[in-house]
Design a protein around this ligand. Sequence first.
Ligand SMILES: *Cc1c(COP(=O)(O)O)cnc(C)c1O
Length: 339
Amino acid sequence: MNPALAPALDLSAFPRRALLDGPTPIQHLPRLSAHLGGADIYVKRDDVTGLGGGGNKLRKLEFLIGEALARGADTIITVGARQSNHARLTAAAAARIGLECELVLTRTVPRFDHDYIENGNIVLDALFGARVHDLPGSANALQFAEDRANELRTQGRNVYVCPLGGSSPTGCLGYVDCAAEIVAQSHARGLPFDRIVVPNGSSGMHAGLVAGFVAMGLDPSNIDAFTVLGNASHAHATTLDKANQTVQLIAANLRVERDAISIDEAQLGPGYGMPTDSMRAAVRLMASKEGLLLDPVYSGKAFAGLVENVTTGKYPAGQKILFVMSGGLPGLFAYRSEF
Ligand SMILES: *Cc1c(COP(=O)(O)O)cnc(C)c1O
């Protein structure tokens, strides 16, 4: 990327409700980088966004809640897995702003132990005052959410329904903004990153970053994503579609090319929310070398992929790699038995 050439990105046309307190820091990981003996590893601390325990969904929620408030909403409903970080942060943001919040959570991850069902994010959902609808794994959460929204509307409520992971094009604008923030920080600190590494779940973080680079006229193909939800071809199609829809919110003539999206499925393991040995090793490594916390569902798997790429020489000494830490700390308590 050549940040000097980047035009300022103007997102002021989109309604937005501030939930972050300014840019998140970029930090170098000297001990971990030396231990692995390859590229220099840096982290973008999107896990330290103060509200509600923090995490990447707050960037999306700035625009989603902005849109909800612009439409006069008094209630927000969203969907997710039982341990959804997005659901928890939607509940926290709703509490902060004074919206009613309902969460439609499905038991899609085949874990039924007490920690997974009752600990972690679910403890916090209740503290934030959200109403939780507990559905089986086979349920259509979005359909349930739409039906519930219609029921509330007949009672006079104004309901905003937010999709899985907050990854509508509007939500993805949060990561368009983050792309501009990374470029500005990289420029200010003289840190030209060779690669940016992210997890890809509902694809909004990845799609938003790609859309942001395209909108700034920069090469978007230096982002490596590790899918933690669908297989590579499914994640690729979803991400490309979301990136295009997002960039076209900014300017109708912009396009994202197929090869701008790079998805690796090597860390997916048996599926979404299913632990892998390399995830456990990556979480332990980050904690023991740097005192930083990854999560078992997203960032642990993506960071395992980064470690693999350093040890195989794909990210050699001399390169600078930026890993976007996305939060999800409560998940460690839901997966206690894995550690
Ligand atoms: C949701 C989430 C992600 C993935 O972001 P998407 O936009 O859904 O791809 C990564 N890390 C954490 C901790 C998350 O909660």
